[in-house]
Design a protein around this ligand. Structure first.
Ligand code: ADP
Length: 190
């Protein structure tokens, strides 16, 4: 099972990714989490990306693509994965296609969570109080939204044209959204 979960910052990708991945018995792989862990542990990678994360821009494709190619080759990912927060650029879409070319199957589905921008900003500001993520401040949130709209939102059209896209309303309780995702995946994958 190879799945992607996409959508703007704050839409709940990470929360939903954990439940879906557990359901299918595959790892949930979040590029944001990988980068944050590296920043926390002050690795070479962490030092390279820390300022970019703080500013809310995208890590360069060559770095991100290498991180993901490496991660999806790990033994726990041979039977599939759910990628959360990747791909986010057209270059990442191609790199993922290439990285999968050696396997026996391509993507099964792409879940796109949707929500109104004002609500997302509100959620992220609340998350700042709870989790204290450095990039959840008003200015950085604005930048992350703008980068998402410009670089990542158009990628949904690519997956729509491949007939992989499942658009799911991300507004509601965690359980409600989870049920919508499960229903959409069941309808597509049986
Ligand atoms: P969110 O979706 O809420 O913005 P993430 O945890 O997915 O949060 O990502 C946090 C940050 O990590 C991004 O703002 C960006 O700097 C970096 N990042 C994560 N995934 C990618 C990616 N695929 N390409 C480039 N940068 C990324």
């Amino acid at each position: 099972m190879k799945l992607l979960i996409m959508g703007p910052p704050g839409v709940g990708k990470g929360t939903q990714a954990i439940g879906i991945a557990a359901h299918y018995g595959v790892p949930a792989i979040s590029t944001g989490d990988i980068f944050r862990d590296n920043v926390k542990n002050q690795t070479e990678l962490g030092k390279k990306v820390s300022a970019i994360l703080a500013d809310g821009g995208y890590v360069p494709d060559e770095i991100t693509n290498a991180v993901v190619a490496d991660r999806i080759c790990k033994p726990d990912a041979v039977d599939g994965w759910l990628l959360d927060g990747y791909p986010r650029t057209i270059g990442q879409v191609s790199a993922l296609d290439d990285a999968m070319a050696c396997g026996d199957s391509g993507l099964d589905a792409v879940i796109a969570l949707t929500a109104d921008a004002d609500l997302l900003t509100e959620r992220l500001l609340k998350r700042a109080e709870v989790e204290g993520r450095a990039d959840d401040n008003a200015e950085t949130i604005k930048h992350r939204m703008a980068v998402y709209n410009e670089a990542t939102d158009p990628l949904l059209d690519e997956y729509r044209s491949r007939e992989l896209l499942l658009e799911v309303d991300g507004i509601g309780s965690i359980d409600e959204v989870a049920q919508r995702i499960t229903a959409a995946l069941d309808a597509k994958l049986g």
